[in-house]
Every structure is written in C-alpha cells, then in structure tokens.
Design a protein around this ligand. Structure first.
Ligand SMILES: Nc1nc2c(ncn2[C@@H]2O[C@H](COP(=O)(O)OP(=O)(O)O)[C@@H](O)[C@H]2O)c(=O)[nH]1
Ligand SMILES: Nc1ncnc2c1ncn2[C@@H]1O[C@H](COP(=O)(O)OP(=O)(O)O)[C@@H](O)[C@H]1O
Length: 346
C-alpha cells in the first residue's frame, strides 16, 4: 500500500512534518484506518461532533502546501456527516452595495444564510463590531496565522490585509446555514482555485460617478481612502467582468430590483421564509469499546455493549465513498447506517 510505504519511510527518516489545520483534542484512545491518501481516525468515547477525523497525508491540498512550504506536510480535517450547501462569494468595488445586499438577504432569511466574518488589519469604522463585521487584528498576528495555514484565502486590498479563515466558513456550515463571503476579486480567484465549491457573484455599479457618490455619501472613508478605492475600482470591474471567476454579474442600479435579481439567481424568488430550515446533521455516538474494519469505501464499526445478563454487538456502517472538501476545513459527505440495535444513536 502506497501510503503505508510513504509513512514508514517518513518514520525511518525521523521527519517531523508541518501539521496544518485544527487538531483534534486528546482522547482515551482511537482507531485508525488507512486510505489511499489519508488516515481516518475514530476517537473513542468522544462527543458526537468530535469523533471522526482525517489526517491528510497526500491529498491535493497537502501536496500544494508541501511545495509552498518546502517541508513535509500533513493536515487535519474534521469529518462531518452530511453535506453543506455551496457558499456564495460576493465581490465588487468598494461602495457598490455588497454589504447592503448581503444585509438584506440575511435579514429576510436569517435561518438560511450566515456571514463569513473575515479578518482584517484595517481600523474599525464607527458602527463596526469586532467579531461581527470583521475580526480586527494586528498585521504581525495575521501574518503569523497566514503562515500557520489558518486562512482559506487572503489578500492585500486598499493597503490592508484581509482574509477568510477556514473557521469563518466552517462555523456557518456547521450551523446548517449557507455561507456568504464578501471578498475582493483576488480572494475570489483564490477560492475558485481552492477545494471549496462556491457560487461567484460580481456586483457592478451603474457608473463610476454613481460609485463615487455612494462612497462619499456613506461617509466612512477619508478623502485619501476614497480616491484609492476609486482608483482600484476600475481594475476590479475590468477583472470582474472579463475573468472566468464569476458565474453571475449583477448591476446594482436600483437597489430593490438588484436585490430581486440576486434572490432570483439564488432560487429564492417567491420563497417564503417560514420556520428555520433544519439542516442539522444526524449524529452518531461511538462507544469506547469498538473495533473497526474496512470493506472498500465502507467502514464497519462493531460496538460491544454489555447489558445485565448478556453482551450484545451492534454495528455501524460508515460510508466514505462521497467525501467532499477536506483540509483546509471539514471533510463532508460522510454517511452512516446502523446495522443492528439503534441504541448507539443519540
Ligand atoms: N480577499 C479578501 N477580501 C476581503 C475580505 N474581507 C473583505 N474583503 C474585501 O476587501 C475590500 C474592502 O473591504 P472594506 O474595507 O470592508 O470596505 P468596502 O469594500 O467599502 O466594504 C472589499 O472589496 C471586500 O470585499 C477577505 O476576507 N478576503
Ligand atoms: N442601489 C443603490 N442605490 C443607491 N445607494 C446604494 C445602493 N446600494 C447601496 N447603496 C448605498 O451605497 C453605500 C455603499 O454601500 P455598501 O453596501 O456599504 O457597499 P460595499 O459593501 O460594496 O462597500 C451605502 O451607503 C448604501 O446605502
């Protein structure tokens, strides 16, 4: 087995790889199953949202990072039952109305959408709250975190650093909501090239004069910053329209009409927001005592539970045939079936 040979050779050479991604917390033992390019780790007696992990050893992301960092790399990724809807990436020049459109969407469909809170080194505006609009951070801290692999993408925009952390996108998906990212064209390009499948929308102003008016009327930037943003806007609009990054271009002339078009392309026209959409994944609790075997893409977890007068065996079949995502982030697309008694389900 290729991966086994690779691991053995690393161990012999006593190589200490760079470990990327959020590590699982320690536990009272684990089972491990070797795949072609990653290791499935099942934590014994852990909480249901912390049981299934993957240590990626030779996936696309790991290979990319190995090249970039010039060291051996492995990456952790948490395994999640079920799938998440594709995130929505919204880009466009400063002042075009991205934030306004996103706020309208989140207000009308609060249980459906969640905002990816970016990190930035720019100073907060008057009404902006740390952790809500942005995670405001120091440049040196953010640079360190970029090196440690915390960000899905980052870019220098209008003289400041901005970045989407892996966590920012995953907490929204974990809450069963569809993630909205407000990022610049460079960020959109990076996400396009990443393993994150998304829908890409570029918002255009009706004219440069109107863009300038909106920016000035908003009154949040200094004259110098306004001029810088307007200079950058020209190039952003050209890239937004001509590159192959974006699936849709939206002209934000009349706000209500633009919002209606946005809802239409997201399949929300005529949609009535009623009770929260329950996207919470089913859960599975693995007992401390279990053994694991692998048959093709199926993992059979045999659980041993002793009752008063007898010992019974239940099995859970974990299907890993349609894995999606992976590091950086979560590995989704897992499914399970209980074979035998249901008392292991929470
Ligand atoms: N690449 C990237 N761009 C971001 C991120 N967060 C915000 N931006 C972009 O940075 C630019 C400046 O944002 P901001 O300072 O809030 O000003 P605004 O454009 O006037 O709303 C906008 O184009 C945002 O879309 C991020 O995490 N990554
Ligand atoms: N279609 C529109 N017509 C007129 N003003 C708009 C429109 N869309 C947004 N605005 C206003 O323009 C300003 C910039 O919008 P904002 O959402 O902050 O832009 P961005 O997030 O793209 O920088 C805000 O004051 C907002 O109220």
């Amino acid at each position: 087995m290729e991966l086994a040979k690779q691991l053995l050779s690393l161990a012999k050479k006593r190589v200490h790889p760079t470990v990327l991604g959020t590590k699982p917390l320690s536990c009272n033992g684990h089972s491990a199953v070797l795949f072609e390019n990653r290791i499935l780790v099942l934590k014994k007696g852990s909480k249901s949202d912390d049981q299934i992990w993957f240590l990626e050893v030779d996936t696309e992301y790991v290979r990319q990072q190995r090249k970039k960092l010039g060291t051996e790399v492995v990456a952790w990724s948490k395994g999640v039952i079920g799938n998440a809807e594709k995130p929505i990436v919204i880009s466009g020049p400063s002042g075009v109305g991205k934030g306004t459109l996103i706020s309208m969407l989140m207000k009308e469909f609060p249980s459906m959408f969640g905002f990816s809170v970016s990190h930035t080194t720019r100073a907060p505006r008057n009404m902006e709250k740390d952790g809500v609009h942005y995670h405001f951070t120091e440049k040196s801290v953010m640079e360190k975190e970029i090196k440690s692999g915390k960000f899905l993408e980052f870019a220098s925009v209008h003289g400041n650093l901005y970045g989407t952390s892996v966590e920012a996108v995953e907490v929204v998906a974990d809450a069963g909501k569809r993630c909205i990212l407000d990022i610049d064209v460079q960020g959109a390009r990076s996400v396009r090239a990443s393993s994150l499948e998304a829908i890409f929308i570029f918002v255009c102003p009706p004219s440069m004069e109107e863009l300038e008016k909106r920016l000035r009327d908003r009154g949040t930037e200094t004259e110098e910053q306004i001029l810088k943003r307007l200079r950058n806007a020209q190039a952003e609009i050209e890239q937004g329209k001509s590159s192959n990054i974006f699936d849709f271009i939206l002209y934000n002339d009349n706000l209500e009409e633009c919002y209606d078009r946005l809802k239409k392309l997201l399949g929300l026209d005529g949609f009535v927001a009623t009770s929260p959409k329950s996207a919470a994944p089913r859960e599975i609790n693995l007992p401390t005592d279990h053994s694991v075997s692998k048959i093709d893409d199926k993992i059979i977890i045999s659980c041993i539970s002793s009752g008063l007068d007898k010992e019974s065996k239940n099995s859970i079949m974990l299907d890993v045939s349609s894995l999606k995502g992976g590091a950086p982030g979560r590995t989704r697309g897992l499914d399970f079936q209980v074979i035998g008694s249901m008392d292991q389900l929470s």
